[in-house]
Design a protein around this ligand. Sequence first.
Ligand SMILES: Cc1ncc(COP(=O)(O)O)c(C=O)c1O
Length: 393
Amino acid sequence: MFPERFSNLPAYAFPRLRSLLDAHSPGGPVAHMTIGEPKHAFPDWITEIIVGNAHEFGKYPPNEGSPELCAAIAAWVRQRYGVALNPDTDVMTLNGTREGLYNAAMALCPEEKAGKKPVILMPNPFYQVYMVAAISVGAEPVFVPATAATGHLPDYTRLPAEVLDRTALAYICSPANPQGAVADRSYWQHLIALAEKHDFRILADECYSEIYRDAAPVGALQVARETGADPERVVIFHSLSKRSNLPGLRSGFVAGGPQSIARIRQLRAYAGAPLPLPLQRVAEKVWADETHVVENRRLYQDKYAVADRIFGDVPGYLPPEAGFFLWLPVKDGEAAALKLWTETGVRVLPGAYLSRATQDGTPGAGHIRVAMVAPMDELKDGLGRLRDCLYGD
Ligand SMILES: Cc1ncc(COP(=O)(O)O)c(C=O)c1O
């Protein structure tokens, strides 16, 4: 049995999906469109770097990241966002963003805020680690709808002052998984002003920042610096998983104000699992290379065009601004996923599995999430079957 605080934790999205689908045979050739695991090629030169540095598997890796990797990350942030970071104090490497998003709450959420149990805000639907982090630190997760009515991003500015005063941390995902919405400069300005007013930190999950349609999404730290906000207000999370098709490398970083990063670094010195040094050497070179990122983005831009062509006339179709998911409207996401599987063999995720049921309903229940990660031919075939099955006349 779980401790009490985890007792209401639903099964993770993918076991739930297996329970829904696996008792039934697929109705056609199986097409996996559930998990956001990139399938485009990663740079082929990384193998050489691992081999060339393999002797460093014999060393304990530095907790916060090698100086060279932290410098490469700071250089990337500067060229991407125009923000100057001190690699010695403002950056920390992660084993992918997921654990960082979890551990940052450990380091940054106080026991009390405004004399009460602290609140951690998160969008709904959302990347599930935000909720588990909030529960783990004894905070109250507050799920804020991110639906068509709010531009598919949570509107934290409309929360009651009592909730905002208790807020210690606010997770925000831009570009958003699952909707593909992007927070623009004005969104960030309002959120940062709110955080200043009610004294909370923004944890900005930006791991899809390099996969976009037209314009590069503006960054949370970039806007915070432009507006002269307290440097501790915003903490950003980035990853090589999506940018560079290296989900198995488990490499990302967190960056922000020196006090936030010092706390994250200190806690991880006790309990963290630093990235092996040969893999840090790889990450250093991958952050420094943009050629493969441009090519990767072009492949996704071709996929947006295919999706627009196939679903453009479906009422409520939301062309993703960024990321690689389609968030398609259906009557009931579970029923649609089951029908699609049993009639065509295409496997997608019901939106409810990424959402939390609240008094106002389950925001993702009328959607399915479709990962556009497969090679183009497979993708076209799968999306075509999906269209015929769920939106055919
Ligand atoms: C929104 C979001 N944040 C974070 C992650 C974690 O990615 P990683 O730990 O591979 O960096 C994912 C992965 O799917 C994601 O979709």
